[in-house]
Design a protein around this ligand. Structure first.
Ligand code: ADP
Length: 480
């Protein structure tokens, strides 16, 4: 279970975190500076005294031991007693102007020696209260050994423990003051930080709600820190993309409904004309019926293209790859077109390369080449009416090109022509088309992951191309 309720306002959460932090600081200060201060002081003092004892043990055999011991004694305000193994005092130095606690009657060197004998660590440390000095004292003792392990003597150190009660009470008051100040600073800081963090987020949320209601002009502003700026930037980007999608959808509906409505209107109009006017005139009736048939073709072409494209884009159609000779396949396609186009005065020139086996979806590649030839026929120059279809076997694959000698495509339109329902604004109605031909080409080539493109120059014509990468090498085909 979370310590802090998830639904709390960010400002309140930050304040709570700050308060938790203040409490922890307060607790630590209270523990270290008040409750355990005496314990810390004593254990530090004990450790320091043990270190001094070590220094003295090292200096024991030095000739100038006495001078060194005196220096140590003065520097550390400590009494030193060095005894032989039978308890005889070898060296004694007491800096306090009272009899040394170690061999005083009250302390009793005898008891310390006894304690030391029974100590498993060979050291003792005792806290004593000196009634003469009215002060707490610390006594430290340790055994000295010869090299052969026999006891050589005893070292006792005696130092005053400073009273910590007054320090504790001062620290207590200080800790309380610091806690108060920290709490106040914590509250102020948390309010400021919460405002600093939450203000841009509140603004962004407000704008996001506007965006959700379709206001694509909603402004997303960051505010002083990178995360909010990034979020605002990402949402601004999302808003522009959403507005583009909405615009595209609007255009799409407008285009589709226009393309569907026009043939329907024509068909209705001509059917009414036959009913009301030309029904008895066989010549006119024939003409009008032909127009109705043409419009029906146009409509079914559009509907079929729409269905094909949606199937391709939805991913429901899978590639049915087979191995076939692309040169033969292209020859057949061109042959199919030759008959129709020659009636209309068009010339399709096919420039094949050597026969080459490829491994791809034949009917879909057929569709691509067919769509490109259709477009080339539709948009080639009406003067010389020529279309060139080329097969080039290259090291990276079979490059197929369809070239016309028409008006070409403006540079800024080239990136649009492969979009759904895009038709140049100046296209003529007699050019039969749905605006979906190149989208179908793009969808099929993308499914195959083939490179494609168009090179076009205004006034000179366009060359649409793609590369079939899946070429079957001779030895591979023999293995099949
Ligand atoms: P459609 O030809 O049915 O309009 P497409 O998707 O096949 O639809 O082509 C989209 C647009 O690209 C066409 O309307 C036309 O403006 C342009 N286009 C396509 N092929 C050619 C070409 N060979 N020459 C000039 N423009 C072309």
């Amino acid at each position: 279970m979370p310590i802090i309720d998830r639904n709390l306002h960010l400002g309140v959460k930050i304040w709570l975190f700050f308060m938790m932090f203040v409490c922890i600081v307060f607790l630590l200060m209270w523990l270290f500076q008040v409750i355990f201060l005496e314990w810390f002081y004593e254990s530090f003092k004990m450790r320091d005294t043990a270190k001094i004892a070590q220094q003295l043990i090292v200096a024991c055999n030095d000739e100038d031991f006495e001078t060194k011991a005196e220096d140590i004694s003065i520097q550390n305000e400590i009494c030193i007693e060095l005894l032989s193994d039978n308890g005889k005092i070898l060296y004694s130095n007491c800096i306090y102007d009272y009899h040394c606690l170690i061999h005083s009657e009250s302390g009793g060197l005898y008891f310390y020696l006894k304690d030391l004998e029974s100590s498993s660590t060979n050291t003792i440390s005792r806290r004593m209260f000196d009634t003469d000095m009215q002060s707490e004292m610390l006594v430290y003792g340790c055994k000295l050994y010869w090299k052969n392990g026999e006891v050589a003597g005893y070292l006792f150190l005696n130092t005053k423990l400073a009273p910590v009660e007054s320090t504790v009470s001062i620290l207590k008051r200080q800790t309380m003051m610091i806690t108060g100040i920290l709490s106040l600073v914590g509250i102020l800081l948390s309010i400021l930080i919460a405002k600093y963090i939450s203000r841009p987020l509140t603004q962004i949320t407000r704008s996001a709600k506007r965006l959700a209601h379709g206001d694509y002009l909603a402004k997303f502003e960051g505010g002083g820190y990178a995360e909010a700026d990034d979020l605002a930037e990402a949402l601004t980007y999302a808003a522009t993309e959403l507005s583009k999608t909405e615009e595209m959808q609007r255009d799409l509906i407008a285009n589709v409904s226009h393309d569907l409505r026009t043939p329907l209107t024509m068909m209705k109009a001509y059917a009414e004309m036959i009913r009301d006017l030309s029904g008895d005139n066989p010549l006119k009736r024939e003409q009008h019926l032909n127009i109705i048939i043409e419009e029906t073709d146009r409509l079914s072409l559009l509907v079929n293209d729409m269905l094909d494209l949606s199937k391709l884009e939805s991913g429901t159609q899978k590639l049915n790859r087979t191995t076939f000779d692309i040169a033969v396949c292209m020859q057949e396609i061109v042959h199919r077109y030759e008959g129709i186009s020659e009636q209309m005065g068009y010339h399709i020139y096919f420039m094949p390369d050597e026969s080459c086996l490829v491994y791809c979806d034949e009917s879909k590649i057929n569709r691509v080449i067919g769509n490109l030839i259709n477009n080339a026929i539709n948009y080639t120059s009406k003067e010389n009416k020529q279309v060139f279809v080329t097969q080039k076997n290259t090291p990276v694959g079979v490059r197929i090109e369809v070239r016309d000698t028409g008006d070409g495509i403006e540079e800024d339109k080239i990136k649009l022509i492969f979009d759904k329902y895009y038709r140049s604004e100046n296209h003529k109605r007699e050019v039969v088309g749905t605006g979906l031909g190149l989208s179908i080409v793009k969808a099929i080539l993308k499914m195959h992951e083939y490179d494609y493109g168009v090179n076009s120059k205004l006034g000179e014509g366009s060359t649409f191309w793609f590369v079939i990468r899946d070429v079957v090498k001779d030895d591979e085909s023999q293995n099949e």
